[in-house]
Design a protein around this ligand. Structure first.
Ligand code: LLP
Length: 424
């Protein structure tokens, strides 16, 4: 249930017709439904009920401050991976002591910002990073609250570009080095190591890789405690997959309930505070991208439906071969003659294709199409390639909508570009 349904012949976001928003805001635009964001957060937190846990929403999935604030108001913490995301989380109202700072290459400046903000935890991913964090903390007269992100060498079975838990990946401390690194950390005056962190990838549609990784974490906690380290917190990362298919043909993904049950089974009796960092499962289905058809181009072998959104607005299809369901905003009549078309954007690359051979009803220029399940890794990965505008974002709640990020157009960007003196 995503709160983007046909009502009176047109898709509404909650009770706002998308066509109304298109008229007011122009196309393309992202639209998020508050009800879906809230529902997914609640379902996820219910799944963890009984466990001493904090949900640190992965800001990278959708960093819009109004989206983050929606979650913060429900009690969510945040997982951030840059100084920019840290700022966003704080501006959105996430309490500093519910923020986890992850990422493989935190700079001194980012570390300082995180320490000054008083974040709950900094996840360290290399010995080099640990040494620098120690220096930064000592210089400030504080101890950095650290979890070591370990690389469990588990294959998440997801797309090669978003799998992170194997030894050949850049993430985390290699399994064989873990004991050594905890020992080094314990000797550093600016480091207070209290946790173990793991994250094996994203869009994971099977619980077994999670289970395998979490069992390794559980065993590691026991060993580290035996070594004398006080481990009070584990961070299990994000990664739970969601269905991207057409309604009714979704393929199967584990439910948050099943995920929560497994987490409790594996780590429930460790006596640790458990952090989770879900992104996609919270916001993925809570957003859609709405575009307008510019032209229909009939070829000898294909019909191209050319829309005004492009790969710069939603890069997932071309970057990960991702499937996003494409639906007409106006409900087609029951007797419509559906046919296969290619839905493409205006960018000068063949990769600018949202869907090949998709069944759609008769369409014409000016009609609106919606790309579903675009709430996660959609707007955040948008660019201005081809000097297109940065796509605006709209948040709906019940019958109201608000532009929560304006369209940033070429004039805005040109205002930041200058000619060097020698061109005068
Ligand atoms: N925690 C860490 C340390 C992460 O690296 C990530 C995602 C998450 C949590 C959240 O994972 P989620 O629950 O959203 O799966 N752009 C790609 C996805 C990249 C994911 C990167 N890390 C896509 O569009 O599929």
């Amino acid at each position: 249930m995503d709160h983007f349904d046909y009502k009176n012949g047109r898709i509404c976001a909650e009770s706002v017709p998308l066509a109304h928003i298109a008229k007011a805001v122009g196309t393309p635009f992202y639209c998020y439904a508050t009800a879906t964001i809230e529902r997914h957060y609640r379902v996820f937190s219910q799944a963890l009920e009984g466990l001493d846990s904090t949900i640190c929403y992965a800001v990278k999935a959708n960093g819009n401050t109004a989206v983050i604030r929606t979650l913060a108001r429900l009690g969510a913490g945040a997982d951030v991976v840059s100084g920019g995301e840290l700022k966003r989380a704080l501006v959105a109202g996430v309490p500093h002591d519910k923020i986890v700072f992850s990422g493989v290459a935190k700079t001194r400046e980012e570390m300082a910002a995180a320490l000054d903000a008083g974040v709950m935890q900094i996840n360290v991913e290399s010995e080099a990073e640990l040494a620098i964090l120690n220096q930064v903390a000592v210089a400030r007269g504080v101890q950095a609250p650290v979890a070591i992100r370990v690389n469990p060498d588990v294959d998440a079975g997801t797309h090669e570009k978003i799998t992170t838990g194997r030894t050949e990946h850049k993430f985390g401390i290699e399994w064989t080095r873990v004991h050594q690194v905890y020992a080094e950390a314990a000797a550093m005056p600016g480091i207070r190591t209290s946790g173990v962190a793991v994250h094996i990838g994203s869009q994971i549609t099977d619980l077994e890789p999670f289970r395998a990784a979490f069992i390794k974490v559980r065993d590691l906690v026991a060993m580290l405690r035996a070594d004398g380290h006080a481990i009070g917190r584990i961070d299990l990362g994000g990664g739970l997959g969601i269905p991207y298919g057409e309604a009714g043909a979704n393929g199967s993904v584990p439910t948050p309930e099943a995920y929560g049950k497994m987490v409790k089974e594996v780590v429930g009796d460790l006596g640790c505070h458990v952090l989770v960092e879900p992104g996609r499962v919270i916001v993925g289905n809570a957003g859609i991208l709405v575009a307008k058809i510019v032209y229909i181009k009939e070829g000898s072998t294909r019909t191209f439906v050319i829309v005004d959104a492009a790969m710069n607005d939603l890069i997932r299809p071309t970057l990960y071969n991702a499937y996003h369901a494409i639906v007409p905003v106006a409900e087609p009549p029951a007797d419509a003659a559906w046919k296969e078309v290619d839905v493409v954007g205006p960018v000068c690359e063949t990769g600018d294709t949202f869907g090949s051979q998709r069944k759609l009803p008769p369409l014409e220029a000016g009609d609106l199409l919606a790309f579903r399940t675009a709430g996660a890794y959609g707007a955040v990965q948008a660019s201005v390639y081809n000097s297109r505008s940065l796509v605006p974002e709209v948040l709906v709640r019940d019958g109201a909508f608000a532009v929560v990020r304006e369209r940033i157009d070429t004039d805005d960007i040109l205002a930041r570009e200058t000619f060097p003196d020698w061109m005068d």
